[in-house]
Design a protein around this ligand. Structure first.
Ligand code: ATP
Length: 530
């Protein structure tokens, strides 16, 4: 079998930039995937979406603009064309780069890049660079890719999507679906130590809406302001995964011990929210919890100074059996038995709106974010944001991605201090919705300037453009329609509240949520407070 060239893949990427229609994009990708040899499908999928490695894969390319810039400058315009680059050869080269670490690694990476780029035509170079920065700018990320895999394999979209939410490796899903067929895709099920994408909730504006959506009886749980964790246990091994499916076990040794000591049942996956607490047990701000993620070298010390508390709220695998299709109420009953010596999220079931409102008010006054309202009969939908789970908070905030930042003036001239903030649209592209320089203290300006410069992809005299990596939580007074931004909306009085290190850019607020909030403003005569 002849190998498919990387040039063909680059041409497909170029073609994708020429259309804005999702349907056309899906067709282009699906036709291409169908032409490939089975062993090319997975690398091609990653190279098209510009992600290289799956989310659960700890490898990264770790190439910064500082290393790449001299490579590009040193290149002769002419391509050497000694050997044609193929999809698999490019993927192997990227995998090799990811293995290089330690002293002198940037130089070694540079050498490999020089040889790679000198083999590449200008079109190939364009998409190699975009792959390195994970920003393909053609509108095909996981969402469209799932549609394309469905079309190429003839397997129903919902089956592919669910398999992906459970397995987390889009390349493997494509290979199995297109290469092995529906029966094999259906066999993909929840497995220990392979984290699944968590179920999410929709915003609700009030408790009446919750009763309308969930019926006479509703279940409310405190919504804690921490990070979501998924805990896998088998025998004497416990692993803790973050919302981004990263293994964070080593940061929380005391939690692992507590779980081992208190859970008897085995082959188990449970979920909860991890919060930082003070010595009186009161919740600490989110930033304090973030220290537990950063200080990997000094765990014993921070373990003492920033204690954490785990509040469990779900079980999705028990004694090796998947509970995804079992109702929330039944899963909760199981969780109560499994975790009888551990803390569960505070919860009530009620038919009474006054009682529900009281519970919500208590959550807020105890320093929590609000409540989650969960349909008693709902099953667990990995990775989906459905109205089976609703979130009610005292203030709606947005999670936005920084795409660029302007240099400040006067006292702020050394800092990147005006941030271009983006939502994610239906095509999984980032669209600016506003700019702000409000919210940070001096030290935070200084830190974020350093972080932004590390992920710079371009700049002019006033502005530095960056890879879409940093998510910030933003408060605002109003959302307005605006022709000024491509998103079609603009924020009034946006101010940054905190950096959301726990969220990936693809977890950012999406345009549909903006439309929803925009509409609700009018019903509430411009008031966003619930
Ligand atoms: P947010 O930014 O408001 O935390 P999100 O986008 O992370 O929202 P949502 O589905 O919108 O996710 O809200 C649910 C999140 O709230 C969960 O991901 C989890 O981290 C957190 N959470 C806190 N308490 C609970 C709870 N009792 N049940 C479910 N999720 C909870």
């Amino acid at each position: 079998m002849t190998q498919t060239t990387f040039l063909e893949l680059a041409k497909v990427c170029e073609k994708l930039t020429k259309t804005t229609k999702t349907l056309d994009k899906t067709n282009i990708v699906s036709n291409f995937l169908n032409k490939l040899d089975k062993n090319e499908i997975s690398p091609a999928i990653f190279l098209i979406i510009g992600q290289i490695f799956s989310e659960t894969d700890p490898r990264t390319l770790d190439i910064n603009w500082k290393s790449l810039e001299p490579v590009l400058k040193s290149l002769k315009q002419k391509t050497l064309f000694q050997e044609k680059l193929t999809i698999t050869s490019v993927y192997k080269i990227f995998s090799k780069i990811a293995l290089i670490s330690g002293k002198g690694s940037q130089q070694k990476k540079k050498d490999i890049l020089i040889s790679l780029f000198s083999q590449a035509s200008s079109l190939e170079r364009k998409f190699l660079i975009r792959n390195i920065f994970g920003e393909m700018r053609h509108g095909v990320k996981e969402g469209v890719m799932i549609k394309a895999i469905s079309e190429a394999s003839g397997i129903d979209y919902s089956i592919i999507k669910r398999a992906y939410m459970i397995n987390g490796n889009i390349g493997e899903i494509g290979k199995i679906a297109i290469g092995d067929g529906e029966e094999n895709i259906k066999k993909i099920s929840i497995r220990l130590f392979q984290p699944i994408k968590p179920m999410l909730g929709e915003i609700t504006e009030d408790l009446n809406d919750a009763f309308n959506k969930h019926g006479k009886k509703i279940a409310l749980e405190y919504k804690y302001d921490g990070v979501r964790v998924q805990i896998h246990k088998s025998g004497n091994v416990v692993k803790i995964f973050s919302r981004q499916l990263k293994d964070i076990t080593s940061n929380f040794p005391e939690l692992v011990k507590k779980l081992m000591d208190n859970i008897k049942d085995d082959s188990l996956i449970i979920e909860g929210e991890l919060i930082a607490i003070d010595f009186n047990g009161r919740p600490l701000p989110f930033q304090d919890l973030m220290h537990r993620f950063k200080r990997i070298y000094d765990i014993e010390k921070v373990k003492e100074s920033i204690p954490v508390k785990l509040l469990l709220f779900d079980v999705i695998l028990h004694k090796g059996e998947s509970l995804l299709n079992i109702s929330y109420q039944k899963r909760w009953e199981k969780l109560v038995k499994i975790a009888e010596n551990l803390d569960l999220a505070k919860r009530i079931i009620t038919e009474n709106i006054a009682e529900a409102n009281n519970f919500y008010k208590n959550a807020i006054s105890e320093g929590h974010e609000g409540v989650m309202i969960k349909s008693l009969t709902s099953s667990y939908h990995p990775g989906e944001r459905k109205n089976d789970w609703l979130k009610l908070k005292s203030e709606i905030r947005l999670d936005l991605v920084i795409l660029a930042a302007d240099w400040g003036s006067g006292r702020r001239h050394k800092w990147l201090s005006n941030y271009h903030l983006a939502v994610i649209d239906e095509n999984e592209e980032f669209q600016v919705i506003g700019k702000t320089f409000k919210g940070f203290k001096d030290v935070e300006f200084e830190n974020i300037t350093k972080e932004l410069l590390k992920i710079k992809i371009n700049e002019n005299k006033f502005t530095v453009f960056v890879e879409p990596k940093i998510v910030v939580e933003v408060a605002f007074n109003e959302i307005q329609k605006s022709p000024q931004y491509k998103s079609g909306y603009a924020l009034r009085f946006a101010r940054i509240k905190r950096i959301r290190n726990d969220k990936s850019p693809y977890d950012a607020t999406n345009i549909n949520e903006i439309k929803f909030i925009y509409k609700k403003q009018f019903e509430k005569k411009g008031k966003l407070e619930i």
